[in-house]
Structures are given as C-alpha cells and as structure tokens.
Design a protein around this ligand. Structure first.
Ligand code: HEC
Ligand code: HEC
Length: 486
C-alpha cells in the first residue's frame, strides 16, 4: 500500500497543468479534462443514473399510504417515535445528527440538532442513544445487495432475502418483496429506535403483529387507538378490498410493504453529474472536473482511486471495507466494554470482516451528513482526509467538530486503533494537497439533485402538517429546534 505517487502518466499531467493555470477561458484545458472524463465514463459504462429498477410514483396510492405510516408514531411502541424521526426529507433523508435519538426524546416531534433524550429515559447519559448514524432513505431502490451499515438485510438472489430474523446465509420467509420492505420490519424491533423498552417482553414478530393489531383494532393490540376505522378505510382503498377485515388487511407484511413503497418513491438522481454524463459539458465546473479525474484515476495515474470502492453510478461496490473511521457513540456491544462496533464481522463472524462497513453511496452525499457509520465527521473534506491517512486523522481527531450534545467519545482512540491494527485495514495512502481535496469536494457536490435542497420540491414526500387528519393524534409534525416546521 505504500507506493509513492507517480506523476508520469498523461492524465495527471494534464490535470495538473490545468491546476497551474487559473485561466478558465482556456478552452484547451476544458476540452482536455472533458476528453479524459469521457473516456472514464465510457470505459466504466456509466450512465449517471443509479436507479435501474421500476420505482413507484409518490402519487401512487401505495406510496401515499406508506407516507402516512412513515410519519405515524402509532408504529412506535410508546407512540413517541416514527420512521420520519430519523429519516426526514428536509434533513437529507436522515436526521442531521451524528447519532440518533428515537424513543424517549424530550420533545418527540423535534427532529435534528437539539433533539435530546429525556433525563428520566432508560440508560440516560445526556448523549445519543442509537449506536450508528442514520443513513438516507433517498434512492433506496438503487441498493441491489444489502441494507444497513453491516448489510444485515441482504439479497440472496432469486431465493429471497436474509434478515436478522434468519440465520446468516438463509432466507427469511417473511422478508418480503424487496430490500426496502425487508428492512422496514426492523426499526420497530429496536428499543432505542421505535420499540421502546417496556415492550421487551415481545420478540420481533410479536412486536410487529402487536403494532398491526393496534392499527387495526384487533387481537392483543385492540383498544390502544380510539379510531381504527381511520386506518382500515385507507387499507381497504389501497388493497381494493372494500369489505376486507382489519386482520386481513392491516398486517405487518402490508405495513412494511407500503412503507417500502414510500421509500422506493424517493428517487433523487437528476444531478449535474448526470447531465454531464449525458453530454452537457457545461453542467459541472472546471474544479469539479479536476475532482472527478482525481476520483476516478488510479494511484499510478496520480489519482485517489476513490472509484475502486465508490464504483458505478451509485458510487458504491456494496461491499465492506475497514477504513477505521472514528468509532464514537455507545457502540454495538462489541469489544471489552461493549463500546466498539465490529461492523460486518457481527454478521459473518469472519476476521476479514472485522470493523468493515458497507461502502456508502455518494449520490446526494452533500446533504446526508454527518458522515460515516458513526457520524464521526461533520465535513466532507475531513472524511476525505481520513481516507488518505487514517492514522494521522485518528491521532488528530477533533471532537469539537461534533456539535451534538453529549456524544460518547471516551473510547474513540482505543477502539479505532484496534481497527487500524486489524489485518484487513485499508487506506488509500495517498497524499493530496488541500486544493485537490477541495476539488474532490466540489466533484461530490455535483452528485446532488437540487430537489433535495429545496423544501418546495420535496413537499410531495412531506406529510402536510396542516392536513393532520389522524384522529388518534399520532401524526408526527416535525419541527426544528426553533419550532419551525421542517
Ligand atoms: C431512532 C432513529 C431511527 C428510526 C426511528 C428509524 N431509523 Fe431507519 N435507520 C436508523 C439507523 C441508525 C440506521 C442504520 C442502522 C445500522 O446500519 O445498523 C437506519 C437504517 C435504515 C435503512 C437502511 C438504509 C441503508 O442505506 O442501508 C432504512 C431503509 C431505514 N432505516 C428505514 C427506516 C424505516 C422504514 C423506519 C420506520 C419503520 C426507520 N428507518 C426508523 C435510524 C432510525
Ligand atoms: C477501500 C475502499 C474505499 C475507497 C478507496 C474510498 N472509500 Fe470512501 N468510504 C468507504 C467506506 C467503507 C466508507 C464508510 C466507512 C464507515 O462508515 O466506517 C466510506 C465513506 C466515505 C464518505 C462518507 C459517506 C457517508 O455517507 O458517510 C465519503 C464522502 C467518501 N467515502 C468519499 C471518498 C472519496 C472522495 C474517496 C477517494 C479519495 C474515497 N471515499 C475512497 C470506502 C472507500
């Protein structure tokens, strides 16, 4: 890994020569990077569009009812947490926090910065309660292999989907139709996310069934909601079953399917980079083109080879790598005191997977911070610099970049050093100037669909707080710390 950087290949020389000259009107330079990029795009077969499956429209009745469920605290064990708590469209499809707080928040409808746990909450320590960063739900339909940072919901091909409810490598018969549905069955089984601690007498399936019964007013869950016709009428319409009963229609399988359809409708791929790939050479700036060349070029060619892992149109190989990102937060219960997170190893039990996490997508990455599996970096340049020299990034890690209150950082050095010292540790081990890191950041920002920065454009995916028609009062009306509607 310790090869020196070579400057003997034309791609880099051309990229560098364009750095030296700051003259944007020099059309030769433009055409040079365009020519190089054209070759990169052709040789990798890039189209600019990561979504290759059919996705539902947000106006479909399935996605519409899925949205109502996504925004409903009725699916929280204590009716104080919903999917949207950690996956709000105006927060990049995440929560804008390093690490989430789900159940037992001081103000359940306050999302993002300022969300804190109730002091009387379970295991209160003034910090976040969920051990990993909430990834975006944007473009969920583009994932082909696996969901979660450790891929514990994963496709086994035509045979089905493996989930935490089935042994590693075996199909979960209730996994559902697609990865989105399979995943949507799990947040309600996590006490910190949605289940709440006083439901710990129920196993995963009992909890899902209980929640379905609560919405439908049947079985053991009956009686919790005053008005269950509210949900029954909607399920009857969506499933074209005017006289279907609640126990037939309001099932955990139908609930997870509908939520998955809402997520799969979140397609945000109209990026400047896509326009560029489509042939509009003016769609991205000269600096972004320099960044793109660094991103796609190998080390031999003077690049950073980012695309060896962040490959394809979705900028991920959907594989697992140990980059020793700072391990902060409560941890997943691994290591001597439980504050570590062994990542993919937790699933496969293979040493070669220890501390390895799924390569994240970079589509819309500009709006999905804080970044890494533990949300430990709050700027894109810091994440990139970590890739280049993890040891120095860990030694000089600045906890002041974390603005969220109470983040557990006490074991960061020791836990992360174990990852660096692990045999499967990978780093790019390349020196880039700050200017070059800046070009990479500029390139990454061309992967942003403008819609995700525009509340008006996102409004189709936001359940209108003005039209709160849930008579049970469970709709989450998201506000920020200033009490402004999100
Ligand atoms: C308290 C915050 C919280 C709540 C509530 C929550 N999530 Fe998440 N979500 C997370 C975190 C954290 C992860 C990553 C966990 C991991 O990888 O181990 C995640 C992962 C996901 C993923 C995987 C994305 C990917 O790129 O792999 C999807 C999809 C998702 N959540 C959807 C949902 C849905 C649907 C609900 C409601 C049923 C929900 N979430 C409720 C925090 C939350
Ligand atoms: C060896 C594989 C590999 C290479 C090469 C690589 N990355 Fe990564 N990258 C990852 C993995 C894995 C993560 C997530 C690690 C974690 O969460 O612990 C990541 C995280 C990121 C993130 C944070 C994304 C998020 O949502 O949290 C960014 C941004 C990023 N990489 C950009 C780059 C850039 C730019 C380059 C080239 C300089 C690069 N990566 C090279 C594997 C790689």
């Amino acid at each position: 890994m310790i090869e020196p950087k070579h400057f003997n290949v034309p791609i880099l020389l051309l990229a560098l020569s364009s750095l030296v000259s700051c003259n944007n009107s020099n059309s030769n330079i433009t055409s040079t990077s365009d020519a190089q990029l054209k070759q990169v795009i052709a040789s990798r077969g890039l189209t600019g569009n990561p979504i290759t499956t059919n996705t539902p429209s947000i106006s479909s009745k399935e996605a519409q009812l899925g949205m109502e469920l996504f925004y409903s605290k009725s699916l929280g064990g204590d009716r104080d947490s919903a999917c949207v708590t950690c996956h709000h469209p105006t927060l990049g499809g995440g929560d804008n926090l390093t690490l989430p707080i789900g159940t037992e928040a001081e103000t359940p409808d306050l999302l993002g910065p300022g969300r804190v746990q109730l002091q009387s909450g379970t295991n209160y320590d003034a910090g976040p309660t969920v051990p990993r960063n909430a990834p975006t739900t944007f473009n969920l339909a583009a994932w082909k292999k696996a969901l979660f940072h450790d891929g514990r919901v994963e496709s086994l091909g035509a045979s089905g989907i493996r989930t935490p409810d089935s042994a590693f490598g075996t199909v979960d018969a209730k996994g559902g139709e697609n990865l989105a549905q399979a995943q949507a069955r799990f947040p309600v089984t996590s006490p910190e996310e949605m289940k709440a601690f006083n439901n710990n007498d129920k196993d995963n399936q009992q909890m899902r069934d209980f929640l379905a019964q609560r919405l439908g007013g049947y079985g053991a869950g009956a009686g919790v909601l005053q008005d269950t016709d509210f949900w029954l009428n909607k399920f009857r319409t969506v499933f074209n079953s005017p006289s279907g009963s609640a126990s037939e229609l309001i099932t955990e399988q139908n609930i997870s399917f509908l939520i998955g359809e809402f997520e799969r409708s979140q397609v945000f791929v109209d990026t400047p980079w896509k326009s560029y790939v489509d042939g509009d050479t003016t769609a991205i700036s000269e600096d972004a083109k320099k960044g793109a060349l660094l991103f796609f070029s190998t080390k031999e060619d003077g690049g950073a080879n980012c695309s060896s892992c962040h490959s394809g149109d979705f900028f991920t190989d959907e594989a697992y790598h140990n980059l020793a990102m700072p391990q902060i937060g409560r941890g997943k219960g691994d290591g001597n005191d439980g504050s570590n997170d062994f990542g993919r190893f937790r699933e496969t039990k293979q040493e070669s997977d220890k501390f390895a996490f799924r390569t994240p997508t970079l589509t819309n990455v500009e709006v999905t911070g804080p970044w890494t599996h533990a949300g430990s970096y709050t700027s894109l340049s810091n994440v990139i610099k970590h890739h280049l020299d993890p040891q120095s990034a860990i030694d000089n890690y600045d906890i002041n970049q974390l603005t969220q209150q109470g983040i557990q950082t006490g074991n960061m050095q020791a836990n992360t050093q174990l990852a660096i010292d692990s045999a499967n540790f990978e780093s790019i081990d390349t020196t880039l100037t700050d200017t070059q890191v800046g070009y990479l950041v500029t390139f990454l920002k061309t992967l942003t669909d403008p819609c995700v920065k525009d509340r008006q454009c996102l409004s189709s995916w936001i359940l209108d707080p003005e039209v709160n028609n849930d008579p049970n009062g469970d709709q989450l009306n998201a506000v920020d710390i200033n009490n402004t509607t999100l």
